[in-house]
Design a protein around this ligand. Structure first.
Ligand code: AVJ
Length: 320
């Protein structure tokens, strides 16, 4: 048996600050300003997201949890205990526990951009599952096309819950899935959670909660990128805006500027007009058929699908 410290290894391939700055500035100087939703998740953002998952209106996490609770054993039947289970965007590693209750993979490799989330979650998990080998990878999974060399090679399966895939425009979602398929190899399994298309009022409410936690989560992105850019934003100049875009089958989140102003960053003048928005997130909603079509463009075949009782959420086993 491996010593305890060998059963938890950290692999750091975190993006450089200069690259993050460049990426953010590229979005803020575009005609339609945008920032990638990965910048929601600094320490404060991770905490706010955890609060979102507990909101009355936010059915997503509850619906997926009920699937994993009810069908966990069945789902694990599609996995082999000989594989390394990778999880892109593992966050607090909350959901993997529902699988670990039924089976132990050869190793578990959470991939998370937030060091804060990753460290805490990996240590916590190791203490709860002493027989689990964990390779914690601090990385931006959107630009990871293979595991770091320091991670030992192994046959792989992937766990990608939470409808994180919904954050990506179809062409990027296909690119991301195709990357995963390459990492998994032929016959590799991808267990993926996908939010389902539903009543627009229910969708609207889930991203415009009464307590305003989603608004805080959205505005916190400005605080986070202000820190990266070393140039604080006045969050008071912006307002949370979220709506369902029916034609594109997605929730859009924006930060709407309430007062014209400009900001000097790294020799760029960022001008914000009143009413102009920074697009911070898309959250695509699929049917089982539309998701199957997307996955097949990335070379995956749908093997099995589970949904919750309210048919709010879907969980699929795809095969590479
Ligand atoms: C983590 C991307 C699935 O799109 O519902 C929650 C993020 N944004 N409330 C989602 C989110 C606003 C969430 N995902």
């Amino acid at each position: 048996p491996l010593a305890s410290e060998q059963r938890l290894q950290f692999h750091n391939v975190k993006p450089e600050l200069v690259d993050q700055r460049r990426e953010i500035l590229q979005g803020l100087t575009a005609d339609c300003k945008y920032v990638s939703p990965k910048y929601f998740y600094d320490e404060a953002g991770c905490r706010l997201f955890d609060r979102i998952t507990e909101l009355e209106e936010y059915y997503v996490t509850r619906a997926e949890r009920s699937i994993l609770q009810g069908a966990g054993q069945d789902i694990c039947g599609y996995l082999s205990d000989k594989t390394m289970l990778i999880e892109p965007g593992s966050g607090s590693c909350e959901k993997i526990r529902m699988l670990l209750a039924h089976y132990l993979p050869a190793s578990y490799a959470p991939i998370e951009i937030s060091e804060y989330y990753l460290e805490r979650a990996a240590r916590q998990l190791r203490s709860e599952f002493p027989d689990l080998t964990v390779h914690a990878v601090c990385a931006d999974f959107t630009s990871l096309d293979r595991m770091p060399d320091s991670v030992p090679p192994a046959p792989k399966a992937a766990f990608f819950p939470g409808s994180t895939i919904g954050n990506f425009e179809p062409k990027d979602a296909i690119g991301l899935l195709a990357n995963l398929r390459r990492m998994l190899g032929v016959g590799g399994k991808l267990l993926i959670g996908v939010d389902l298309l539903k009543d627009p009022d229910q969708l609207h409410a889930a991203y415009n909660d009464q307590l305003g936690v989603t608004a805080q989560f959205n505005l916190n992105l400005l605080t986070h990128i202000g820190r990266i850019l070393k140039r604080p934003f006045n969050t008071g100049y912006f307002r949370h805006k979220a709506f369902f875009n029916r034609a594109l089958s997605r929730i859009e989140m924006h930060l709407e500027c309430q007062q014209a102003h400009s900001l000097e960053v790294d020799g760029h003048t960022l001008r914000f007009a009143k009413g102009e928005t920074i697009h911070t997130e898309n959250s695509y909603k699929y049917s089982v058929a539309s998701f199957e079509a997307l996955a097949s463009k990335a070379g995956f075949r749908r093997q099995q699908t589970w949904t919750d009782e309210g048919r709010n959420f879907s969980f699929h086993c795809l095969v590479a």
